[in-house]
Ligand binder design. Sequence first.
Ligand code: SF4
Ligand code: SF4
Length: 425
Amino acid sequence: MKKLNVIKLKHRKNTENSATVSLPLPAEVTIPMSMHMGAPCTPLVKVGDIVKVGQKIGESDAAFSVPVHSSVSGTVKAVGEYRSVMGAVSKTIVIEPDGRQEVSEEVKPPIITDKESFIRAVRESGSCGLGGAGFPTHIKMSTKSEIDTLVVNGAECEPYITADYREMIERPDDVIGGINMVKDMLGIKHTKLAIEANKPEAIRNFTELAANDDTIDIVTLPSAYPQGAEKVIIYNSTGRIVNEGTLPADVGVIVMNVSTVAFLYRYSKDGMPLVTRRLTVDGDAVGEPKNVLAPIGTHFRDVMEFCKVDIEAVKKVIAGGPMMGMSIPDIDMPVVKTSNALLAFKSYEARKATSCIRCGRCVKVCPLGLMPAEIDKAYRIKDIEDLKRLKVNLCMNCGSCTYACPANRNLAETNQLAKALLPRK
Ligand code: SF4
Ligand code: SF4
């Protein structure tokens, strides 16, 4: 089997042994109507309304969307505008918690009898990919293609992040329960639970738990980046290639994040939709790095204060990992469904980009065999035809090229800007 290009990074999994700690209830939560890929929701509540935990507060008619639920009980203080780190604008609902955390009457275990009711329940849960991409889970499951393999992504290949690892260590039965539920409901025969080799305890536990189940394989992936990228994990765990213009379903595969699978299992039992998020808080400005379970909508500032971040000394805050995460301009932005990490650094210095020296390292590390230096050149002269020829649309923004470039060129970011120039299909 041909090997895909990968890079070796320092793991920096400093919080791998920190059991998840629940964040105290914040004074305010700000819940955006768009935390997923697809259409934003419309608020279902107005200023002054009393809401409860798990109550649906945002919905959309669009199929490619998921509802939004309240993470607290309290009073709606404002309905405003929100701009995500990616620049997407949606409405947002600001709620003042009453401290009682009363659960909504809407929260009931879903009635699941067949594939259709299962997919409906998955949508109602508000689930979107918890690995960071935010793709609506029910859309992935609604494929008409025949799926024979479920790939469960437990790679967590970015440095620092241990949120999925803690899910695997703390809630392994939920992971196995979720796998069995998805398999049964969608009629999938095999599962590959793919975990990087730097998580031996998780590999050992799941090997034991699945010892008598020949439908679940535990796949140990080499510790390398970007092992968790969708096309990479499919190839490395099944040998199948997702070609340009095709989807994983076209090769008989669905990929789900390990925390998403575990969440769906819990939802099937108690009906509590996606209202909390486990995130890793780390970086050299963090006094107490840890994994935190936060109500969705908690401001990053509250999370930082809880983890003893020296806020005055912070020079850079990243939502997500250091490779694919985004710098956040404002620490009063909220934790959203896709927030798997918050990294705060005080030693950060911006690197000055210099001219390309044509060393070819960016090409050598790209898992998809793209030519980032050429894309960079085509982007600067806005040569759309050349950008198409260079297949910039395939770039998955893994950041390996930027990391490898000795001239400090921000190639991954350029690729995203270049993609935006292409005509939309
Ligand atoms: S960011 Fe894009 S071009 Fe750069 S290595 Fe990753 S996939 Fe390749
Ligand atoms: S890695 Fe940087 S310097 Fe080397 S070819 Fe690519 S863009 Fe140029």
